[in-house]
Design a protein around this ligand. Structure first.
Ligand code: PEP
Ligand code: MN
Length: 338
């Protein structure tokens, strides 16, 4: 249920409505737009049938939200959400944000080298995993806290926003201490305890789409984070499993305009994990920007053949620079900039 407030609603009237909702055992969530203020009502709404809220001063109309996700939906917040990543970077506006870096943080020197190059190429955000969800328990699992320290240090030195994956609810506090953005990986998209835990923080969350998840399931997972009070979420399409096995996954490009219609949250695309091979990354990036994404997250490594994970899909820094450069025209063509 959402309550659309009148243009001339007073702060006292808003407080009164919120109090009433809370007394009924429901949770009011405020969305202040440029046009209107909306209150989302979370919880078992049936009780509202016997307590009509239309009669309260300041209320214009009360509407059911048809989608199963409420706070994530455009009905709750008609305007695009612009999320502040810190270090002067915002996502969800006109600018398409470039995020790049190695799959895994391997050591300080190589991270610093890659970070310097991606920054020069126009990236604002440095990616790198310290906790890696590997298919095999025998492959490199990440440097853990040591890796987080390198990431934080390089981010500070080069003024880059940092993003890294958190896999375990018990590590959320640790990862949040070092990184600017908490990534929830595809394999954990429905780890509801983890989603609840990051929902309790005020950190920006990058929620990747599960490889076998529908858009609806993905948005429902996102709802867990928002329902916890954290509205700073970026969605990330990274390819889904289909019968096609030429690529690692199939990039669902339609997810970009679909999510834009269904939700107010920013959506980015990860062409690297979708393709699984570096030679496809440039074209998929162009398609993603043309489709209206708010950013890209691309794996870059200065020695892909020696990378401890995902070398085959990692671009050389020079190639990444070329990709960014070529994207500028595409961005301009769809009213965006890079
Ligand atoms: C990653 O970003 O390195 C990663 C493991 O991604 P995904 O969760 O999309 O597979
Ligand atoms: Mn990877």
């Amino acid at each position: 249920m959402i309550i659309v407030l009148r243009h001339d609603v007073t702060p006292q009237q808003i407080e009164h409505i919120k109090e009433r909702i809370t007394k009924l055992g429901l949770t009011p969530m405020i969305s202040k737009g440029t046009e209107r203020t909306i209150i989302g009502v979370i919880g078992p709404e049936d009780i509202l049938r016997v307590t009509p809220l239309e009669v309260f001063p300041g209320v214009e109309k009360v509407m059911p939200v048809l989608a199963p996700y409420k706070l994530v939906s455009r009905e709750f917040k008609p305007e695009d959400s612009v999320i502040d990543l810190g270090k002067g970077v915002k996502i969800g506006g006109k600018k398409v944000i470039m995020m790049a870096g190695p799959c895994a943080i391997e050591n300080y020197d190589i991270l610093y080298e890659i970070a310097g190059k991606i920054k020069k190429a126009g990236a604002n955000v440095l990616r790198g995993g310290a906790f890696k969800p590997r298919t095999s328990p025998y492959t490199f699992q990440g440097l853990g806290e040591e890796g987080l320290k390198y990431l934080q240090q390089v981010g500070k030195e080069l003024q880059l926003v940092t993003v890294t994956e958190v896999m375990d609810p018990r590590d959320v506090e640790l990862v949040a201490r070092y990184a600017d953005v908490l990534q929830i990986g595809a394999r954990n998209m429905q780890n509801f305890n983890l989603l609840r835990e990051v929902g309790q923080t005020k950190k920006v969350v990058l929620l990747k789409r599960g490889m076998s998840s529908t858009i609806k399931e993905w948005l429902m997972s996102c709802e867990y984070v928002l329902a916890g009070g954290n509205f700073n979420v970026i969605l990330c399409e990274r390819g889904i499993r289909t019968f096609e096995d030429y690529t690692r996954n199939t990039l669902d490009i339609s997810a970009v305009p679909a999510v834009k219609q269904l939700s107010h949250l920013p959506i980015i695309v990860d062409p690297s994990h979708a393709a699984g091979r570096w030679g496809l990354v440039a074209a998929l990036s162009r398609a993603a920007v043309a489709a209206g994404c708010d950013g890209l997250i691309i794996e870059v490594h200065s020695r892909p053949e020696e990378a401890l994970s995902d070398g085959a899909q990692s671009l050389l820094p020079e190639r990444f620079a070329e990709v960014v450069n070529n994207l500028k025209d595409v961005a301009r063509a769809v009213g965006r900039e890079i």
